[in-house]
Design a protein around this ligand. Structure first.
Ligand code: 26Y
Length: 820
């Protein structure tokens, strides 16, 4: 029995009630009669967790019992998970049982669902992508483990005070962590600082030894990742930092109790907070500590717990591939070298041969300022042995380069892992590229630009190392859970099975001309609009007008994403209405919804938030535009809000400057939920347009070559202002203080930057954007045609399932076998 299958609580209402009451009484320590909603939520979550746990143990048992298989270790500093309860219920087919069981206890499960605080352990796209990927890996039954950091505080909670962003801490753990399974007994020591020593071993070979200066302990927390309807439950393993006992003891013995407690806090700081920047890294020491901390814990954990005892490290490339989610975990490369050379006593060349095969690197950006570099001085202080290893990797790499390109010292310097200017520093993207089997971009255009621009020297040297894997999103969370109405319609039309085989959405194409289906499709949208109306009323006291086209722009606030261009459009629409230039009855009523957090130190982004709020306030209060134009900016856009907002959208705004958005993933979620895209030729927009067809996508703006050409010629935003009357009027209206209670100073910096700098060419694309928006209005006026387009967007975007992305990685990068 001990080796047999794990016993799960029965999948019956009675069984569930029993398990729930057990958790409530003996876990929370309260009787049902006096329990709070928090008690009930926690007991419900733990009950569901016990069902997951049974499958998790079973998945692990099967893997142990089967032949050793190559695994993937996904290394990511961020996982933007979103709420867990719904996902767990639908994956395990427990939703009905749980709903009925709660009813039997006199509880509405909806009330409990609302109690859950989402784990926001990520900034935006990159973190959400990691969450979609682990969902797909479990659904595909891929042998995998995901590693990251259990931040005590996730992405900040955004509030607005007088229209300006104010950040509040996200204490997501304060009401308990019912999904996390801690293993405090499994301590992983992680060292920092100190120095290295040279010594000669018995064999006469010279070696290096790290004598660390201090250390912390990594504590393991497991989160279960259920596959969809397949019984598989994978692991997300997040690390929390704690002070070492030895460290404490040393200070305690010195008699300074208060100092010892302070030291404890110092260690715990490492996993305290997620950095809220998602570009322009600040080079903060604590972030490097976070990176090394979780990477060291993860590799050690894999080698000592996942691999059998006494296994030969020379077999590593047949047993593991670590996927590096951007450069954040790249310190893993010298860390594995250190383990192989210093701890397993391998020769350098052999260790390097192994290490190079164990990593693959995904790049998520094209902005040069977003590429991570670490000052050599900091590295030497924090990770002296790793710095030594990086120097040697670089030396040998540069030797090879000089052989391959004799006399081309300029190229050698460009490619060096160590930069000399403006400060000696380690270029993490170069280290990642040198130490990986594959380097991939996240959409076709992005991967091409990586090869042609950002990493051009490297792609010339190693053309086969570079590849593309277009991003994807999980249809479980972003269709099935978030859009039950559409899910119902799809299933009644093409049957079951599409949720884990999204290409089957293509079968919907046949219905795009069916009036009855279109009618039902519009009813789905209308129901979702009602739902978001309720949500925003309850959540923020926002009263959305009804019967409007819903135009949505949700994403992090960034100049390159061009929320400012959307703003100019709104001002133009407003100006047309108040000037009497258009007949209000002839314009399509439109509600624009923004959602966006700005990095706390990103001044221009915060000014943009203030301006959007100012414009919203003015527009919504102006009786002349009532019923025609409305602007909503609910604060604290997060996964939970996205799940309600995206299914209600008619129009998806994807308006980044061409060549700047690596992929985008929101764009995919909107298309899959039947919104049409207005967008530039950027990131995955390119592939969306190819798939849905030109006639079902509103393209505008310069493409990447045109952008490059204009910038080479010298871009002068003032010229566009002077020559475009609409643009001039919009900017003048903002500059006049019309939206800021007459205060021109409040907008002068913003307007000044737009007119004299405009780094992301918003003014150059304004006319084209306006023209495309007018096409949108005309198209929307014909609801039958619009429905056809929207249906075709759903039917033709099954490609963007993250299941397909994961299969791509599995087949072309990882070469692992799935159990499915
Ligand atoms: C170094 C640190 C400051 C940092 C932290 C987070 C740097 C970058 C990030 C996050 C970047 C990110 O989210 N990038 C987005 O990744 C998505 C998934 O691939 C893409 O769809 C999206 O275009 C890209 O901006």
């Amino acid at each position: 029995l001990a080796r047999g299958p794990v016993i799960s609580p029965p999948h019956t209402v009675e069984g569930f009630v029993k398990a729930f009451l057990h958790e409530l009484n003996f876990g929370q320590g309260v009787p049902l009669a006096t329990s709070s909603q928090t008690d009930q939520y926690l007991a419900l979550a733990r009950t569901v967790r016990s069902y997951l746990m049974a499958r998790w143990l079973e998945t692990a048992r099967k893997r142990r019992a089967s032949q050793p298989q190559k695994m993937v270790g996904y290394l990511s500093a961020e996982y933007l998970l979103g709420r867990q309860l719904d996902n767990a219920l639908s994956a395990t087919e427990l939703r009905e049982v749980a709903t009925d069981a709660m009813k039997a206890c006199g509880i509405d499960i909806e009330d409990l669902r609302a109690q859950e605080v989402e784990p926001g352990l990520g900034n935006g796209g990159l973190g959400r992508l990691a969450a979609c990927f682990i969902d797909s890996l479990a659904t595909l039954g891929a042998p995998s483990i995901a590693y990251g950091i259990r931040y005590e505080f996730g992405i900040f909670r955004q509030t607005f005070v007088d229209g300006r962003q104010v950040e509040q801490p996200d204490a997501w753990l304060s009401s308990g962590d019912p999904w996390g399974v801690p293993h405090p007994e499994l301590e992983v020591p992680v060292n920092f600082g100190g120095h290295t020593e040279r010594y000669v071993g018995e064999d006469g070979r010279e070696r290096s030894r790290w004598v660390p200066g201090w250390g912390v302990i990594g504590l393991r927390y497991n989160y279960m990742v259920p596959g969809y309807h397949n019984g598989v439950v994978n692991t997300l393993r997040l690390w929390r930092a704690r002070a070492t006992n030895a460290f404490d003891l040393h200070i305690f013995n010195a008699g300074d109790y208060a100092e010892a407690v302070r030291a404890q806090t110092f260690a715990e700081n490492i996993s305290k907070v997620l950095y809220p920047e998602d570009s322009t890294p600040q080079g903060k020491e604590l972030r490097l500590q976070q990176q090394y901390f979780f990477v060291a814990c993860s590799i050690k954990d894999f080698l000592t717990h996942t691999m059998p005892k006494g296994f030969d490290v020379r077999e590593l490339p047949e047993r593991i591939i670590f996927q590096l989610n951007d450069t954040h975990p790249v310190i893993a490369i010298p860390e594995l070298m250190r383990i192989l050379v210093d701890e397993h006593d391998l020769e350098w060349d052999q260790a390097w041969g192994i290490t190079k095969q164990c990593f693959a690197y995904t790049c998520h950006t094209l902005l040069p300022e977003a590429l991570e570099v670490w000052p050599v001085s900091l590295m030497e202080r924090l990770l002296p042995r790793h710095m030594e290893i990086i120097y040697r990797i670089n030396e040998e790499f540069l030797d090879d380069l000089r052989e391959a390109y004799p006399g081309d010292e300029l190229r050698v310097r460009r490619m060096s892992i160590i930069a000399d200017h403006p400060e000696r520093s380690v270029r993490m993207a170069h280290l990642a590229t040198v130490g990986s089997v594959k380097v991939n971009g996240v959409a076709a255009l992005h991967s091409q630009l990586l090869k042609d621009k950002v990493l051009n020297d490297f792609s010339e040297l190693w053309p086969d190392r570079f590849t593309n894997v277009t991003n994807g999103v999980t249809p479980r969370r972003f269709i099935r859970q978030s859009n039950p109405a559409l899910t119902g319609l799809i299933t009644e039309t093409i049957g079951k099975g599409w949720v884990s085989d999204l290409d089957r959405l293509a079968e919907l194409q046949a219905y795009s001309d069916d009036p009855e289906f279109r009618e039902k499709f519009r009813a789905v949208k209308a129901a979702n609009k009602e739902r978001i109306t309720d949500v925003l009323a309850k959540r923020d006291g926002i009263q959305l007008p009804q019967g409007h086209m819903l135009d949505v722009m949700v994403k992090r606030l960034h100049e390159y994403k061009r929320q400012s261009l959307k703003m100019l459009h709104i001002v133009t629409l407003y100006d047309r209405l108040i000037s009497g230039e258009v007949d209000p009855a002839s314009v399509t009523p439109r509600t624009v919804v923004f959602g966006a957090k700005a990095a706390p130190g990103y001044h221009m982004a915060k000014e943009t938030i203030f301006l959007i709020n100012s414009i919203a306030k003015t527009v919504n209060a102006d009786p002349r535009v009532q019923g025609r134009l409305f602007v909503a900016f609910p604060p604290n856009y997060n996964v939970t809000l996205a799940e309600k907002l995206i299914p209600a959208a008619d129009l998806s705004e994807q308006i980044s400057l061409a060549g700047k958005e690596a992929s985008g993933t929101g764009n995919m979620k909107f298309a899959l939920n039947g919104a049409l895209t207005i967008g530039t030729d950027d990131g995955a927009n390119v592939e969306i347009r190819e798939l849905v067809g030109d006639e079902n996508f509103f393209l505008f703006g310069m493409d990447e070559p045109a952008v490059a050409e204009l910038q080479a010629r010298g871009y002068r935003p003032g010229d566009y202002y002077e020559s475009d009357a609409n643009l001039k009027r919009a900017i003048d209206l903002i500059a006049s203080g019309h939206f800021t209670d007459g205060n021109r100073d409040a907008v002068s910096a913003f307007v000044g930057d737009l007119l004299s700098n405009d780094r992301f060419l918003a003014l150059a694309d304004y006319a084209s954007y306006l023209e495309a928006q007018d096409r949108v209005e005309a198209a929307y006026a014909d609801q039958e045609e619009w429905s056809r387009k929207a249906i075709l967007n759903v039917a033709r975007t099954g490609f963007f399932s993250s299941d397909r992305s994961m299969r791509d990685y599995i087949d072309r990068i990882w070469h692992i076998k799935t159990n499915a």
